[in-house]
Design a protein around this ligand. Structure first.
Ligand code: I3P
Length: 354
């Protein structure tokens, strides 16, 4: 267990509100949200409710923030007050996966994989400590296992947040053997493209997870660039999550520019941080021997600070003896390559201004 100061990069104050009017894929959380426990005429409460509605859509990688770390926090989520933590959000991820814990920390539900072991191993490589959220402890609560992590949003004021999923492969190799066809994934597939399922899949109204994950990779920039923008949040706007078809380099680059709001200073600091992360991973012994599937980089900035961290290690696995990974070679079954660094190289390239 360790505590550390986050490597925020300070930026000078600047008054330039983000314009989202040109963004094609805008989320609808704000439109659909309705306050239920306090007056809709109370502007402050309404805004706080809007913030907390982000729990449903945004956040750090793949989470919906509904699992309470304590009853007090659960109540404060339902009707936030100026002194309670109301500005939690999650950009993507599994429902009920996250809960606010205390000032500066969150709890993440452990559901498969061994993230605790990953965080402990990462913290044993000093160079890697500051590129992931700090890990504090494992906790049992309500019959569930959680890990307590640094809340990366802590210390930011109404920040802009982007979740970028890295890698050309987003599923574990073990998924290849899984022949279970799922109706929920069929529904998610036709929501993106109603013509995507084959005749047999339409008839069964079900697809395997492998089929769905590869479909998502092909629809987005995952296959070509080795990363995709999963979700983002602009200050004062609802989260944007319908980015499944942002695919070409030009579309990704435009989305990145929109997120950075043409702020050369922020862009430069994001780039420096991404390059620092890449340099550290290139040197990492742990990384060479582990496939890191489905992890994201979370980029956060406000008027004062810029930060970026790797998150979500539920699908990080050691590779069999005798294998070392480049993280850049194409995947073929058995080689465990996942294209993580190929994606990071491209994310850096696409983030460089023209
Ligand atoms: C989900 C996403 C998650 C994945 C989940 C998918 O798709 O790829 O990473 O969970 O699988 O449904 P989408 O982003 O389109 O919502 P894992 O990372 O745990 O594999 P699931 O439905 O089996 O949870």
């Amino acid at each position: 267990m360790y505590w550390f100061e986050s490597p925020y990069l300070e930026i000078p104050p600047q008054k330039s509100p983000i314009r989202t009017s040109n963004l094609k894929n805008r989320g609808s959380a704000k439109d659909s949200w309705k306050p239920t426990c306090c007056s809709a005429n109370n502007k402050r409460c309404r805004r706080q409710h809007e913030d907390s509605s982000l729990l449903k859509f945004l956040a750090l990688n793949a989470l919906e923030l509904s699992a309470p770390a304590s009853d007090v926090l659960l109540r404060s989520q339902q009707c936030p007050t100026p002194t309670s933590p109301s500005n939690w959000f999650q950009l993507s991820g599994h429902p009920d996966a996250f809960a606010p814990a205390g000032p500066g920390t969150i709890w993440k539900k452990c559901s498969g994989g061994d993230e605790r072991a990953v965080y402990e191993a990462l913290s044993s490589e000093p160079a890697l400590r500051d590129i992931t959220p700090a890990y504090f402890r494992q906790v049992q609560y309500g019959g569930q296992t959680f890990i307590e992590l640094q809340d990366l949003l802590h210390g930011f004021k109404d920040p802009h947040v982007m979740d970028v999923k890295l890698g050309t492969r987003t599923f574990l190799e073990s998924e290849v053997q899984n022949s279970t066809a799922r109706h929920d994934l069929y529904k998610k597939m036709i929501a993106v493209d109603p013509t995507a399922p084959t005749e047999a899949e339409h008839k069964a109204q079900a697809v395997t997870k492998l089929r769905y994950m590869e479909f998502r990779e092909q629809q987005s920039s995952t296959c070509s660039l080795g990363f995709r923008i999963e979700a983002m949040k602009f200050r004062g706007s609802p989260p944007v999550t319908d980015l499944q078809r942002v695919k070409s380099t030009a579309e990704v680059s435009d989305t990145m520019s929109l997120f950075l709001n043409s702020r050369a200073d922020v862009r430069q600091r994001v780039l420096s941080r991404l390059m620092e992360i890449k340099a550290k991973l290139d040197q990492s012994v742990y990384f060479e021997r582990h496939e890191v599937v489905g992890s994201s980089i979370l980029i956060i900035y406000d008027d004062v600070k810029v930060g970026a961290w790797l998150i979500d290690f539920a699908k990080t696995r050691p590779v069999p003896d005798g294998i070392t990974l480049s993280h850049r070679k194409p995947w073929s079954p058995g080689n465990h390559e996942e294209g993580f660094l190929f994606g990071l190289d491209n994310l850096i390239r696409v983030s460089i201004p023209f």
